[in-house]
Design a protein around this ligand. Structure first.
Ligand code: NAD
Length: 359
């Protein structure tokens, strides 16, 4: 039973789906084939993979192919019926890609679709990568600000701490809160899910009360706000945002465009030198002026349209992702065989295409 690890080809993608450390954690009957230089972007050499027992070669013929990004159409064409694939397949936003895998008869498992139940926590790649992105977002905000984050008492006088607002306090947002707190900022956060208030406060930050409360789905995600609620949130935020030096936005609704929280008017009301780091840039941005993948300055406010921040910390992002994937493989592989137990909630939930078996 072979697991193949291709080199990622998407622009700016430096992560790799398995790292040398995780190879030893796989089922004993598993052989790992790694494409030449697949780990180089994440600082793992071919020799390190060889040292961990992998071979360097063509990963596409393996029984299970593990990737970070969804395969391109050319890569998907290299997959064949009966093979399994694990990757971030964007099942809610890339139906064409998923269809191609289905046409090829591939058993495709989307990391995004793993149910977020307690037993699946070690496999929760959305959380592990959001943790990296949230941490890095706070560092970017600190780096772009022309001010200190902590309060400083110096011979030249006292510098007050910076004020940071985090919008959306899921996994990424809470990590941004924790990181900005560690750097000494005064941190506020807002989320439409009421349960978040306690989590924000337990990190030493304050919950910003905007008078807007949304609902939580059974899966723990936020429901999209109504148009009236969204307008109320924008108005309230516009009044509060000028107090802050940095705003880190992470608000998302799975499969939907990012909610617009920060209007152009709100940006214009901020002080020159303020910073917005928009982690939702990939799905359109939480700020009206965000340009995905670009950093712009609008009336003195720096707006970072952050895309794929996890890839900018490719070593640890890959290490965490590899552990998630190894945990999922632990569920799919038994005694060197791919055994797909469709009665298992995680196996069935993560699977987005499945080879049809003739009756
Ligand atoms: P996400 O990336 O889908 O969204 C980020 C945050 O944006 C969420 O907290 C959401 O409530 C918030 N949001 C949406 N619309 C908003 C708006 N208009 N204004 C402000 N905030 C808005 O979420 P996520 O980080 O993937 O986590 C979602 C939930 O899943 C959380 O409750 C998290 O604790 C839970 N979770 C559970 C497990 C588990 O194993 N049980 C694991 C990971 C996450």
């Amino acid at each position: 039973m072979r697991v193949g690890v291709p080199k990622e080809t998407a622009a700016g993608e430096h992560r790799v789906a398995l790292v040398p450390e995780t190879i030893g954690r796989l089922d004993e009957g598993v052989e790992v084939v790694v494409e030449p230089s697949a780990g180089v972007g994440a600082s793992f050499s071919d020799d390190a993979y060889r040292g961990a027992g992998a071979t360097i070669g063509n990963p596409w013929d393996a029984d299970v192919v593990v990737k970070v990004a969804a395969p391109t159409p050319d890569e998907a064409a290299r997959l064949h019926s009966g093979q399994a694939l694990i990757a971030f397949l964007r099942p809610l936003t890339d139906p064409g890609g998923v269809e191609q895998l289905a046409d090829n008869g591939v058993h495709a498992f989307a990391l995004e679709s793993i149910p977020r139940i307690t037993r699946a926590q070690p496999m929760d790649a959305l959380s592990s990568q959001a943790t990296v992105a949230g941490y890095k977002a706070a560092l970017l905000a600190a780096d772009r600000l022309p001010r200190f984050l902590p309060m400083l008492m110096t011979a030249a006088g006292t510098i007050p701490p910076a004020k940071v607002l985090v919008l959306g306090a899921g996994v990424a947002g809470l990590q941004a809160v924790a990181t900005a707190r560690r750097l000494g900022a005064v941190v506020f956060a807002f989320d439409v899910r009421p349960a978040v208030r306690e989590q924000v406060e337990s990190l030493g930050a304050s919950f910003l009360d905007l008078g807007v409360e949304g609902e939580e789905t059974a899966a723990g995600y936020a429901r999209e706000l109504t148009a009236e609620q969204q307008a109320a949130q924008q108005t309230e935020l516009q009044a509060r945002i000028p107090e802050f030096d940095a705003v880190i936005t992470t608000a998302a609704i799975p499969g939907r465009p990012a909610p617009k929280l920060v209007t152009a008017d709100a940006v214009h009301a901020m002080r020159a030198g303020s910073v917005i780091v928009d982690l939702a840039a990939d799905s359109g941005g939480n700020c009206e002026l965000t340009q995905p993948g670009r950093e712009i300055v609008e009336s003195g406010v720096t707006i970072v349209g952050a895309t794929n921040l996890a890839s900018t910390m490719a070593t640890h992002a890959s290490q965490l992702l590899a552990r998630n994937i190894a945990a999922l493989l632990g569920l799919l592989v038994h005694d060197g065989e791919l055994v797909l137990d469709w009665d298992d909630e995680i196996v069935a939930g993560a699977c987005v295409t499945r080879r049809a078996v003739a009756a």
